[in-house]
Design a protein around this ligand. Structure first.
Ligand code: 6PG
Length: 240
């Protein structure tokens, strides 16, 4: 069952999300000595990353991964890595040794996905068929109900064996690399961060919609972990 948290203003939403992510990082390090966190791109999480960068968190014990990436070089304006580097990694002085970037500059998206899967397996010391258990999986939602780079109708939604998949996003005429649903659903804490009235219809469809043809974000259901939706009132405005 998902935990739904609604906040009157964006400022309250981001303050609460900051506290929740901070606490989850500390809890993972207290329990395991290390924390693995997978970050999404887009506009919504940027204030959160900037807030996290302003406080002395145990970054030396935190491994930072990406929920998805656009198939562009790391310095490209569309790169999620570039955005996270500018809002979090540089201001928080996170060591590059703790950042596991998608090799999205690799010409073949399938190869990039395979390489990233190998990076994740090595960084988390996974056994052959073991799924990663990210301590924190930070996700957003598009107005079409996509999350990470799992878009409606994408074959990547049906991937059951791989941790990372490539996806051709027709509507964007772009290739993406994305964690798969089983990889996302193996996380300890999945946190959707949603802000803005333009997301209200997608939020309602995901949280109150029919189950026959669930949107990608509606298929995020942690196997054993927690699912938390953190929204401001504009994003939650169509919920009952
Ligand atoms: C990406 C993200 C994507 C994002 C949604 C929402 O690469 O763009 O990972 O899944 O979370 O598209 O984006 P906004 O936060 O910009 O609305």
């Amino acid at each position: 069952m998902a935990e739904l948290l609604r906040y009157s203003t964006p400022a309250e939403l981001y303050a609460a999300a900051h506290a929740r992510v901070r606490d989850a990082i500390h809890a993972a390090i207290d329990e395991f000595g290390t924390c693995s966190i997978a970050l999404s791109g887009g506009k919504t999480p940027q204030p959160l990353y900037q807030a996290l960068a302003r406080e002395p968190l145990p970054w030396t014990k935190t491994k930072i991964f990406f929920a998805d990436e656009r198939c562009v070089p790391p310095h490209h304006v569309d790169s999620n890595y570039r955005m996270v580097q500018q809002t979090l990694l540089e201001p928080a002085h996170v060591s590059p040794a703790n950042v596991f970037r998608v090799p999205a500059e690799v010409p073949e998206p399938e190869r990039a996905a395979e390489q990233y899967e190998g990076t994740i397996r090595t960084a988390l010391q996974l056994r052959r068929r073991q799924w990663p258990r990210f301590d924190v999986m930070l996700l957003g939602i598009g107005d079409d109900g996509h999350t990470a780079s799992l878009f409606p109708g994408s074959p990547a939604l049906d991937e059951r064996d791989k941790i990372v998949a490539s996806a051709q996003v027709e509507k964007l005429r772009a290739a993406r690399i994305t964690l798969t649903l089983p990889a996302i659903n193996a996380s300890a804490l999945i946190l959707f961060l949603v802000q803005g009235a333009e997301k209200a219809a997608a939020v309602q469809a995901v949280l109150e919609g029919r189950s026959q043809n669930p949107l990608p974000a509606a298929r995020v259901k942690p196997m054993t972990g927690k699912l938390v939706w953190m929204m401001d009132e504009t994003a939650a405005s169509k919920l009952g």
